[in-house]
Design a protein around this ligand. Structure first.
Ligand code: G4F
Length: 348
């Protein structure tokens, strides 16, 4: 068949493709569409391609070097590819680090979004643009569950950068009539989660502790900060499906994706231990609180993991996404934990 513009496969640019969300998005689109996927990778002296190694031989998956800090690279990518979709999942996404590197966080998470929008405005004005938004933008919340009308009240440089990005996406949408949106996504996890995030830190360390217990070896306890923070955790796979639904509506509307349930970090720890049949108990309180099993300390508090300002509670109302997009999360909190701990036990 002769290729015409009409039957040419569409082109999707994904930034952050080596990360959790980017890699699941690439998997999802390679499976569900016949589109060509252009994964943007930042140059680094050591590359971590673990999350995408299964895609490297796929002829529809192409890797391109680019960097949100480099407007020329973004401009060149958009001018040369003229994508149909641009999904920006690259970010300095670790809230805890955003106090140490506030400028870089703002440059990537806010100014980087302007770099993408400018390139799209100039070279591909029909391209549909998605930017990763966060419940961290809501921060010090006024009410629960939070909905799409909740005010932006960030508590970290990261949250402030994402809130700024939300405003600039709206400005470009309204000024240039772009299909540009920023979903508002609550915490989402998976076996592919980065190791500094609390869920992965817990499942990976507990898998190691379990192995040490089985082999009667010495081990260091899991050390955490505020275990009373409450988060609305989902599986990242559910969210990439939701992002794609947002990108394919008639009008550029923004939605919350969440589970509608909230749990403390402490509950996450307890459920992880329970999933592998370790029945310990908590003793002490505040910075002296510890999780004990067979007279051994498995978990303890280390105040150095406390943040200068904490978001105490997040709980999202995903009712609008359900009503207008038909999006429904499929993977439960318990199944998420089971998948993460099973993966880490296997790979330890
Ligand atoms: O896993 P976390 O680092 O995720 P956080 O800060 O909620 O942010 C994640 O979700 C956001 C959406 O709401 C995303 F936008 C963002 O990019 C990221 O994916 O921390 C979760 C909670 C916090 O309250 C933190 O203070 O766990 C608490 N915590 C307690 N001890 C810890 C630790 N967090 C980490 N990372 N490490 C600890 O030792």
């Amino acid at each position: 068949m002769k290729m015409t513009m009409k039957n040419m496969p569409k082109k999707v640019v994904i930034t952050g493709v080596t990360g959790q969300d980017g890699s699941y998005m690439a998997d999802y689109l390679l499976e569900k569409t016949n589109y060509d996927i252009y994964g943007i990778i930042r140059r680094a002296s050591t590359n971590n391609h673990n999350n995408i190694k299964h895609l490297l031989n796929n002829s529809r998956f192409k890797i391109i070097t680019g960097d949100l800090a480099d407007s020329q690279s973004i401009d060149n990518i958009v001018r040369e590819i003229i994508p149909d979709y641009f999904i920006n999942l690259a970010a300095q996404s670790f809230v805890g680090a955003s106090w140490q590197i506030p400028e870089q966080t703002f440059d990537i998470d806010a100014v980087g979004v302007i770099r993408c929008l400018e390139a799209i405005r100039k070279h591909a004005p029909n391209c549909r643009f998605y930017n990763a938004g966060s419940s961290e933008e809501l921060g010090n919340v006024d009410y629960s569950p939070q909905d799409e009308n909740h005010p932006l009240k960030p508590r970290s440089p990261y949250g402030a950068a994402k809130a700024a990005a939300r405003h600039i996406v709206k400005v470009y949408r309204e000024s240039y009539n772009l299909f540009a949106i920023q979903g508002l996504l609550y915490n989402h996890e998976s076996p592919r989660r980065g190791e500094e995030f609390v869920t992965k830190k817990i499942t990976k360390k507990i898998a190691k502790i379990n192995k040490s217990l089985n082999y009667k070896e010495e081990f260091e306890p899991l050390e955490l900060g505020n275990i009373y923070a409450k988060r609305d955790w989902s599986h990242a796979k559910d969210f990439v499906r939701g992002i794609w639904m947002m990108l394919n509506q008639d009008k550029p509307m923004e939605y919350i994706l969440a589970s509608g349930k909230t749990h403390t970090v402490k509950e996450f720890i307890e459920k992880t231990f329970k999933a592998i049949d370790i029945q310990g108990s908590w003793i002490g309180d505040d910075i002296n609180e510890k999780f004990i099993y067979n007279n051994k300390i498995l978990v303890q508090i280390n105040p150095s993991f406390y943040r200068p300002a904490e978001v105490d509670l997040l709980l999202g109302d995903w009712g609008k996404a359900k009503k207008e997009l038909g999006w429904v999360p499929e993977i439960s909190f318990d199944n998420l934990i089971q998948e993460m701990i099973s993966f880490d036990m296997k790979n330890i």
